[in-house]
Structure formats: C-alpha cells, structure tokens
Design a protein around this ligand. Structure first.
Ligand code: PLP
Length: 355
C-alpha cells in the first residue's frame, strides 16, 4: 500500500496539487529559472509584486515583503525595526529563527515564560521605561502543537502600549475559519501588528517567507532589512506555487476546513487507544513517550508498517520529553489516519508504551 508520510509540514497537501504544479511550470517557462539578482536591482518581476499584494490581501494587512525564507524574514525584522531605546519581549519557546533575529538587534531583550501571561505582564511593566515595546511569539508552537493565547497577549499589549509580532509558519493556510491563521482563529486580526510566515509549509511547500503588516513598516524593511537587500530574489517557479496556493485558499475555505475534522479524528482515536497527545486542536500531534530510545525504535517500527514518522529527543525537545511528532495533512484520508492509529497501537504495545 506504499508509505504514508505523517511528518511533513505539507498541511494542506498543496505541494502536489496539480494546479500548483502547473502554475510553477508556467512561471518557470515565462520568467526563467531565476532572476540572478536581488530584488532592488533587477530581481523584481510582476509576479513578485502580485504575490506580495496577494499575501497582504490574504492576511487583511496593508502590504507585504517577500524573503527567501521565513528564517530570513525573522532575521531581518528586529534589527530593522528596533533601536537600543526599545524592548522586545519574547516567549522562551519561540522558534530558533526568532531567537537569532532578536540576537541581531540592539533592543533590550526580555524573555517571558512560555505562554505565561503573568510573567509577560510583569515584563511589560518593567519595559515601560523604553521607547517602544514589541511582544514576539510563535502563533502555534511546532514542538508541542500548542497555540499562543493571542487574545490575552493583545489585551496586555493594548494595556501597556506594545506592538504584537507573530510567527505564523504553523498556522497560515489552515488555522481559523478561512485559514488566515492564529489571529483569525482567536478573533484578533485587527490587533496583531506584524505577521511573519513561510511559503514552505502549507502554502505549496516550496520555499520563501514574508512579513505582512502596516505599509510604513514594509517600506522600512525594503530600505533596511539585510536578508531582503542582500539575498537573491525568489525564483519564479517558487513564486508561481505560492501564488496559486493562495488563490485556491481565497476561492474557498473548503481545503482549510478539511484539516480540522482529520486532526480531531487522529487526536481522539489516539487518546482512546491510551496515548498522550500534546497540544490542542492543532495538526501537529506530538505523541508523548518520554524516553528517547523508545521514541526512536517506535518510529523505526512504524516505518516497517508503512507509516513515516520521526522521533524527537534532546536537544530538540527537553530531556525526558521525547516524542514522535505526527503531522496531519488535508490529503490524509480517514483510512490513512486509521491505518496510522492502528500501527501506533501495535507498535506501542510491542514496545511497552501501551499496556
Ligand atoms: N518559524 C517557525 C516557527 C518555523 O517552524 C520555521 C521552519 O521550520 C521557520 C520559522 C523558518 O521557516 P523557513 O523554512 O521558511 O525558513
């Protein structure tokens, strides 16, 4: 029956969608393999401007700017935006690229405990002496599949006059009724100031990243953001994929919606089988096992049964919190999900993870 992939970030299955592939081929034929240039020299074609406009429209923001990756978008934003008079408040479990981006800037750095609103409030009080405050958080955290409490974060930001930045790599395209992301899911689209996200996961899975937000901010990034200024323009085929993926999502919310029921099926069947699944309502479903060796041997045995999953252990996750991270995709059928649960149940019993 072949091998089923349960460890890709291909949340919506768009990387193999025929229209996405056709759009890439058309862009390749029309615009060539690449622009051999950064954006501000001769690396800007109509497709780049169109995609930026489409991204901004998708997120209901004023403007957007493309990068070669979301890692670059995160590396480029804090240094361009914040000065030594400012403060950045970052969740301790933020993605490595946010951490690296913050390292590059000269603002005062504060780290608050993971999703701990009391700690964030205390840090916001501490930072009142600074000119500007920016709260930075992943919208959805990729190791645990948990979702940032954006409503509370935005309320605190309003109270203490701070801006909110979210990284939506594990949310864009499928969280919220129309797949707009965590801000749509939690009803705070008008309260989050800046969004960074990737084109390399749900939106076709090729590569690329972006920042979307207020126009003056995007203008500033075009002038000052180093990964934008000094790195090659996105290849046309990659732009074509992402552009078509966004068209499909803006035409109908059916693809985005199809995720939720599948995630629910996997999470409830695995819990009924006796497994502990971390996070809530997110297609990242970490099967918590504790022991690193157990996670590795179980993942290997899952592959023997045709299910491709990977064990995560220290230093990627804390010691004693080893897990197999399962990722559900809209292209998994109910039968695929049931096959995965059955394989987990057999393998879990065999290796003592289940009684
Ligand atoms: N931010 C988060 C939360 C991620 O999970 C990732 C990718 O793993 C990135 C940023 C980087 O995205 P990209 O692959 O587009 O560089």
């Amino acid at each position: 029956a072949g091998i089923l992939n349960f460890c890709a970030n291909n949340y919506l299955g768009l990387s193999s969608h025929p229209e996405v592939i056709r759009a890439a081929v058309e862009a390749l034929e029309k615009f060539g393999a690449g622009l051999s240039s950064v954006r501000f020299i001769c690396g800007t074609q109509s497709i780049h401007k169109d995609l930026e406009e489409k991204i901004a429209r998708f997120h209901q923001r004023e403007d957007a700017i493309l990068y070669a990756s979301c890692f670059d978008a995160n590396a480029g934003i804090f240094e361009a935006l914040l000065t030594p008079e400012d403060a950045v408040l970052s969740d301790e479990l933020n993605h490595a690229s946010i951490i690296d981006g913050i390292r590059l800037c000269k603002a005062n750095k504060y780290r608050y405990k993971h999703m701990d609103m009391q700690d964030l409030e205390a840090k916001l009080q501490d930072t009142q002496k600074h000119r500007l405050r920016l709260v930075a958080t992943d919208g959805a955290f990729s190791m645990d599949g948990d979702i940032a409490p954006l409503r509370e974060i935005c309320q605190l930001a309003q109270k203490y006059d701070a801006l909110v930045f979210i990284d939506e790599c594990h949310a864009t395209g499928f969280l919220g009724p129309n797949g707009r992301g965590t801000d749509e899911l939690l009803g705070v689209m008008d309260k989050v100031t800046i969004i960074n996200s990737t084109l390399g996961k749900a939106l076709g899975g090729a590569a690329g990243g972006y920042t979307t937000g207020p126009k003056p901010l995007i203008d500033l990034l075009r002038q000052r953001s180093r990964p934008y200024l000094f790195s090659n323009s996105l290849p046309p085929a990659v732009v074509g994929c992402a552009s078509k993926a966004l068209d499909l999502l803006m035409e109908s919310n059916a693809i985005a919606q199809s995720m939720a029921a599948k995630t629910q099926r996997f999470r409830s069947k695995m819990t009924a089988a006796g497994f502990t699944i971390s996070g809530k309502d997110h297609p990242i479903c970490p099967v918590m096992l504790g022991d690193a060796r157990l996670a590795a041997v179980m993942a290997e045995d899952m592959l023997n049964r045709g299910i491709y999953v990977i064990g995560f252990s220290y230093p990627v996750v804390p010691k004693g919190k080893a897990r197999i991270r399962v990722q559900i995709s809209a292209v998994h059928s109910d039968e695929d999900i049931d096959r995965c649960v059955e394989a987990f149940t057999e393998v879990g019993r065999k290796h003592g993870a289940l009684p």
